[in-house]
Design a protein around this ligand. Structure first.
Ligand code: SF4
Length: 296
């Protein structure tokens, strides 16, 4: 039996050990692996099973086995950090590596007198409280006064703040640092990116061929809107979206229907503006706010 292995960047340094544990007939994917949206379908055709590490299931592909990678952390110390928050009515969110402990954290905080919301989101997320850079459905219709993100980095916390308009705190489960998140810079940056597209006429609408990011129907809708507004619009298929791949293309700006993090997090790497679908609709005056780009 031949096994394929897909590892995210953070685990690639352990590739030899992981592959050896799985036996001798193993093929390691050398492609990028940013999320469960990013299955190596080419490797899948040549193996009996594909082991995809550290992400939770998004796509229902046969022969793909998702191997969780949970990071342990001290809940008492996380709760000590949360005790400093003035709001007593909280929603808990986290990423795939840390969300396995949220039910226990909820209980701990309730025993300390907090009211705690921990909800399951859409089918794209597996665990209660789990968020992705493209999905904050666990916070839809949240009644909490404030949100607490458990994890590293601030990207998801800023996303949660933008998504809900509520106060968001981030607690790092490794060093227990508590930060109150401010999404105003993020918002300013997005308006600046959109303003750079005003008056431009040639738009490339990017569709990723990665199976869990591919939104061709959305791209086709956006193309119709663009043409109706007098723009020239072409749909472009790309697997991994990098500045080099856009280098020789003649477009003035891009609408990215692939992973929202490319527009939100990576836009500085690109020479031309690369905005989200909802921002494009705002640019065309088809909606009143810039929205947040979510993949259901
Ligand atoms: S589309 Fe982007 S944010 Fe969503 S799961 Fe994939 S890599 Fe993560």
């Amino acid at each position: 039996m031949r096994i394929g292995v897909q590892l995210p960047n953070g685990l690639k340094k352990r590739a030899i050990e992981i592959c050896e544990e799985l036996g001798s007939d193993v093929i390691l994917s050398g492609e990028s692996c940013f999320g469960a949206c990013d299955l190596d379908l080419s490797l899948l055709t040549d193996v009996d099973f594909l082991y995809h590490y550290a992400h939770t299931r998004i796509l229902k592909f046969g022969r793909v086995i998702y191997v969780p990678y949970f990071v342990d952390y001290d809940l008492e110390k996380v709760a000590d950090s949360i005790k400093k928050i003035s709001e007593r009515d909280l929603a808990l969110i986290s990423t795939a590596q840390y969300c396995h402990k949220l039910p226990e954290l909820k209980e701990l905080l309730q025993n300390l007198g907090f009211k705690v919301e921990l909800k399951k989101g859409s089918e794209r997320v597996e665990y209660a409280g789990q968020v992705l850079g493209c999905n904050y459905s666990v916070l839809r219709d949240s009644n909490a006064k404030a949100i607490v993100f458990i994890g590293d980095g601030l990207f998801h916390a800023i996303g949660a703040s933008f998504y809900t308009g509520k106060k968001v705190y981030a607690v790092n489960p490794i060093n227990f640092e508590l930060i109150e998140v401010d999404s105003s810079d993020f918002l300013r940056t997005r308006y600046l990116q959109i303003s750079k597209c005003v008056g431009l006429s040639k738009v490339g609408i990017i569709v990723s061929t990665k199976p869990g990011q591919k939104r061709l129907n959305l791209a086709e809708e956006l193309k119709k809107m663009a043409i109706k507004s007098g723009l020239k619009a072409i749909i472009i298929y790309i697997n991994e979206i990098t500045p080099e791949k856009l280098e020789n293309l003649p477009f003035d700006f891009y609408v990215n229907t692939a992973c929202p993090r490319i527009s939100y997090d990576d836009f500085k790497r690109f020479k031309k503006p690369i905005i989200t679908p909802t921002e494009f609709e705002y640019l065309l005056k088809l909606r009143e706010d810039i929205g947040i780009d979510e993949i259901e």
